[in-house]
Design a protein around this ligand. Structure first.
Ligand code: NDP
Length: 327
């Protein structure tokens, strides 16, 4: 049988953590033959550590055959020791009266510390996914704080936007989600992201031709996907957690195990693709194989799409400037 791999999860006692850990331990992320050791990080706060213990008791009670070990930590360096995968979920939520720059700087502190800890302690091949918001900028900060690790190993979660877009298109066309290929979401995980179905196909047919309604694209589809998080908070009284955890599983599974040529969306540090400046953590269409992602290059960008890319890039550059002095 396979040697266990180490999976670190931060914010492990939070809502997303609760929807995530049981699925990792049951093999849904890395495969039904891959044992895992969970290295769980929570803030030192007594209540958070106690809640984490409770989650670990439940994990024990599942008696998952693939769960080879489990640790609770309050220090990132010990949590990230030799870790092969790191899911950075915990982040500082926006409190009452908190301004955007306060939020950025509170998170900059968390993600510089975690980047440094990964740099010192993690496996040299660690795959990092940032879920905690602002996810792209937090991932950028962690990457910049870990100069000894390959930059390409730091990623941000755009997969929830991608999955939301898939479902909207399935509903609009009446076709199953599984039949949709070549969809992507460009840019920041925020309402400025650009969900793009211009290249998408269903059974080889163009989705754009099937829908044939540019007004729906601009005035229904894009705002629906962009504001879906807020709509869920409004309906549930809590932010989305199970769907965010599900997207994190999808992202890591596809990165580790491959997509068989299918396109998915990942937030990754740009190497200049599509005119996006180097190192900007940006959602791109990718395929994955052998533990590596490859950007789908050479797609035509029309005028409207270029405007959308410019807008989401401008927001990311502004966030990057906002934290530049903190890194
Ligand atoms: P959640 O588990 O619901 O959310 C965690 C983070 O994921 C938030 O930043 C949230 O952003 C983000 N997120 C990304 N995508 C989504 C999405 N689609 N829907 C909802 N959230 C999304 O938060 P909880 O408050 O329940 O739990 C957070 C835990 O993290 C707490 O237990 C806290 O103690 C811990 N924490 C740990 C840290 C650490 O390990 N060092 C540091 C800071 C906190 P948004 O706020 O925009 O919803």
């Amino acid at each position: 049988s396979k040697k266990p791999v180490r999976v670190a999860v931060t914010g492990a006692a939070g809502q997303i953590g609760y929807a995530l850990l049981f699925r990792i331990a049951s093999g849904e992320m890395l495969g039904k033959d891959q044992p895992v050791i969970l290295q769980l990080l929570e803030i030192p706060d007594e209540k958070a550590q106690k809640a984490l213990k409770g989650v670990m008791m439940e994990l024990e009670d599942c008696a998952f055959p693939l769960l080879a070990g489990m640790e609770a930590h309050s220090d990132p360096k010990s949590a990230f020791r030799d870790t092969d995968y790191a899911l950075l979920v915990g982040a500082r939520p926006r409190g009452p009266g908190m301004e955007r720059k306060d939020l950025l700087s509170a998170n900059a502190q968390i993600f510089t510390a975690q980047g440094r800890a990964l740099n010192e302690a993690a496996s040299r091949n660690v795959k990092v996914l940032v879920v905690g918001n602002p996810a792209n900028t937090n991932a950028y900060i962690a990457m910049k704080s870990a100069p000894d690790l390959p930059a390409k190993n730091f990623t941000a979660m755009l997969r929830l936007d991608h999955n939301r877009a898939l479902s909207q298109i399935a509903a609009k066309t009446g076709k199953p989600v599984s039949s949709i290929e070549k969809l992507c979401v460009w840019g920041n995980h925020s309402p400025t992201m650009y969900a793009d179905y211009r290249f998408a196909t269903i059974d080889g047919q163009s989705v754009k031709d099937m829908i044939n309604d540019e007004d729906w694209n601009r005035n229904v589809f894009l705002p629906t996907v962009g504001k879906r998080g807020a709509a869920i908070i409004e309906a549930r009284g809590l932010s989305s957690a199970a769907s965010a955890a599900n997207a994190a599983i999808d992202h890591m599974r596809d990165w580790a195990l491959g997509t068989n040529g299918k396109w998915v969306t990942m937030g990754i540090p740009s190497q200049g693709w599509y005119g996006i400046p180097q190192e900007v953590m940006f959602g791109f269409p990718v395929t994955c194989a052998n533990g590596e992602y490859t950007v789908v290059e050479g797609l035509p960008i029309d005028e409207f799409s270029q405007q959308c890319l410019n807008k989401t890039l401008a927001e990311l550059e502004e966030e990057r400037q906002g934290v530049a002095h903190l890194i």
